[in-house]
Design a protein around this ligand. Structure first.
Ligand SMILES: C[S@@+](CC[C@H](N)C(=O)[O-])C[C@H]1O[C@@H](n2cnc3c(N)ncnc32)[C@H](O)[C@@H]1O
Length: 277
């Protein structure tokens, strides 16, 4: 068996698991032991520590500086532009036309991308809005994009992506919404400022306080709660329901479901839910 660089006992894993779950809601199964070792080893290296118990002591004694690094290392940030593309079709074809009618009075639309990772999701929402909503300029439309991971948010706010991230996008869309980088950024694209102007990126822990008042017409929370246990999901969806407008839409990830979690949202299409009264 290969020798590990650092001591990592059952007790270390248990302690770290508890800290992760308490702070982020992420529930780490036994199968995630190697992943935790791999992701946190670099934090031990950064501080010149030689065991996980020394790291956990360091973490709990220096929460103001180390917790951010710790959670950034633990979160899984996989995402892509127009991931689960049927959601964006549904947004364009059903949700936005209905909202245009319903909110004609105040001409206001609020969308929340909760767990936005590196920004591909909120930019895909912004592109869908701009392409299907020509009257947008005369409306008060905002997308709030939040995540716990500060590295992801920095990337998201910069809006600079490798060419491989946009290779499946149509040429038209690419030309319209992305600028080709130059010099050092020659192998990258940058999103158009018109998209950036629609979005506010903010760090927010879904387990903590939420400063926003809402109400949100649309909430995207995709591929986030898959890492949370059911009781944590229940509390989270009850909180979403309180911040959602009547009839708001909620989009979940492909393997997520509200069955046996909450009745405050009802299923209306594939992984699309609606606030029930
Ligand atoms: C797999 S990504 C999903 C990204 C995007 N929604 C999508 O479906 O492509 C999950 C994101 O949830 C974020 N996350 C996990 N726990 C969180 C928490 N307690 N509060 C806020 N964001 C969290 C992670 O940092 C990560 O960026």
């Amino acid at each position: 068996m290969s020798q590990r660089e650092y001591a990592f006992t059952d007790a270390d894993f248990k302690r770290l698991r508890h800290l992760v779950s308490e702070h982020t809601g992420i529930s780490l199964s036994e199968a995630k032991r190697d992943l935790v070792y791999g992701r946190l080893s670099k934090r031990l290296r950064a501080h010149g520590l030689n065991s996980f118990s020394a790291y956990t002591d360091y973490l709990t004694s220096n929460p103001d500086t180390e917790f951010e690094e710790f959670t950034n290392a633990i979160t899984t940030n996989l995402t892509s532009f127009f991931r689960e593309s049927h959601h964006f079709d549904y947004l364009r074809e059903s949700v936005l036309p209905e909202l245009k009618n319903r909110n004609q009075g105040n001409r206001r639309i609020r969308i929340w991308s909760a767990g936005c990772s590196t920004g591909e999701e909120p930019y895909s929402i912004a592109i869908s809005l701009m392409e299907s909503f020509p009257e947008l300029d005369n409306w008060d439309v905002r997308i709030l994009a939040t995540d716990l991971d500060t590295n992801c948010l920095q990337h998201a706010a910069a809006g600079i992506y490798g060419l491989e991230r946009v290779e499946t996008m149509s040429k038209d869309r690419l030309r319209r919404w992305f600028r080709k980088g130059r010099g050092e950024l020659a192998d990258k694209v940058q999103v158009d400022n018109k998209l950036k102007e629609l979005i506010t990126f903010k760090q927010l822990n879904l387990m903590g306080e939420w400063p926003m008042r809402g109400p949100f017409d649309i909430i995207f929370c995709r591929n986030v709660v898959i890492y949370f246990d059911k009781p944590t999901q229940r509390v989270l969806f009850d909180r979403y329901a309180k911040l959602a407008s009547d009839d708001a839409h909620l989009f979940l990830g492909h393997s997520e479901s509200l069955f046996n979690v909450t009745e405050k949202f009802k299923l209306i299409a594939k992984t699309v839910y609606r606030r029930s009264t």
